[in-house]
Write a protein that binds this ligand. Structure first.
Ligand code: PHB
Length: 391
């Protein structure tokens, strides 16, 4: 039976009412919902490792409260995300919901966060409008407009005149296509084709020849984390890496988790993003070393750092509220919070609850035999431009 909004709300209210009136006041449960299996399992693996590293480094006690990190696998299915979010708040008294590997999964949890008045920290999904779907959503990942508009500015300044865009056909891809395209065209560039490829079982091959026939200066790509190697494999199979067409995009396609698998065909790709494992700061060097040590040499990607920062945000908020873990107190403490992340300085915009951060322009280069996204330009303190455009 399909439940309408009202009956869903009533069902959650009934669950909350049936739960024991007392929650154990000395513990704070963080319910982390991730795709640990399915096509986005790499996101789950990175996020879990990022959150667990923070816990290991900072201990499980903050402001007198014991932190319990409860990680659940939603397999990438939105109905499962929703059920897990409901169970976490009603049965486990989770004070915070965190994670959400894909936009539809973050959206599925938003009504639960609103109903239960529990902060939903989005550490992965990156469609700009997610934070508008509940006043309890706070984001430590990024937004696609935040990375795509600076990519267009860089292309305009570097002799790129004609571009074909190719994106995965759902929220973040549509955001990337729009914010890259509009910024590029406003600056005098031409978008000659806009290609969208399904999220499920993506096959880029049929589009690649059509794209090459246009002879663009560059192809701008967005695919979600974990899908970059499929795109790059087909790009190389069609010989496009030797065609003189430049590869540009948001950093999702040259994900640090996949670069080693992608191999030398990624060399020279220029992307804009908020995190590279090669970021040159003492905080990041310590983060990468500790992460690799704890995870059999696995290199952290932007998903790992967002989960690490999601935990940092909860700890810092609890310190500020002196251990008050009620939803509104935590949310209030999170708004405007600033700290130094492995990615650089960050803060939570108190109005939009999105993260404000540097966007770096990077190029894939080989150093000591390994591929890295090497940052060469910084655009400081970038707010999500979608929300800025509405104010
Ligand atoms: C999303 O579904 O919002 C998403 C997932 C992976 C990314 C970016 C965005 O790399």
């Amino acid at each position: 039976m399909a439940l309408n909004r009202w009956t869903q709300g009533a069902a959650l209210a009934a669950l909350l009412a049936a739960a024991p009136a007392f929650a154990d006041d000395s513990t704070v449960t963080i319910g982390m919902i991730l795709p640990m299996t399915g096509p986005s399992a790499s996101t789950g693996k990175q996020e879990r490792a990022g959150a667990e590293l923070y816990l290991k480094e900072h201990g499980d006690t903050v402001a007198g409260k014991k932190i319990v990190l409860s990680i659940k696998d939603d397999t990438g299915a939105a109905d499962v995300t929703k059920r897990l979010a409901q169970e976490l708040v009603a049965n486990d008294h989770a004070a915070v919901l965190m994670g959400f590997g894909l936009t539809p999964l973050a959206l599925a949890a938003a009504p639960i966060a609103t109903e239960a008045k529990v902060p939903e920290i989005v550490t992965a999904a990156a469609t700009a409008m997610i934070t508008e779907k509940s006043p309890y959503v706070v984001r430590t990942s990024f937004t696609l407009p935040q990375a795509s508009a600076p990519m267009a500015d860089w292309a305009l300044k570097n002799g790129v005149k004609k571009v074909v865009t190719i994106v995965t056909d759902y929220g973040p891809g549509v955001d990337a296509e729009k914010w890259f395209g509009e910024t590029f065209e406003k600056g005098g560039g031409t978008i000659s084709q806009k290609i969208r490829v399904p999220l499920k079982n993506p096959d880029f091959a049929p589009f690649l020849q059509r794209m090459a026939d246009d002879k663009p200066d560059a192809v701008f790509v967005f695919v979600p984390s974990g899908f970059g190697s499929i795109f790059m494999k087909q790009f190389v199979e069609r010989g496009l890496d030797k065609s003189g067409i430049k590869l540009i995009g948001t950093g999702d396609v040259t994900d640090d988790d996949l670069l080693g698998d992608i191999g030398d065909s990624a060399l020279g790709a220029v992307t804009a993003h908020h995190y590279s494992a090669a970021h040159d700061s003492p905080e990041n060097k310590a983060f990468v070393a500790a992460f690799e040590k704890a995870n059999n040499g696995m290199r952290p990607n932007f998903m790992a750092v967002a989960a690490y920062d999601g935990m940092a945000l909860v700890y810092k908020a609890l310190e500020k509220t002196k251990g008050d873990a009620s939803g509104d107190a935590l949310l209030g403490a999170m708004k405007g919070m600033s700290w130094t992340s492995p990615r650089g300085p960050v803060s939570i915009d108190p109005e939009t609850r999105d993260i404000v951060q540097n966007i770096y322009v990077r190029k894939v280069e080989k150093k000591d035999g390994a591929l890295w996204n090497v940052e060469f330009a910084t655009i400081p303190d970038v707010k999500d431009p979608y929300k800025a455009s509405k104010h």
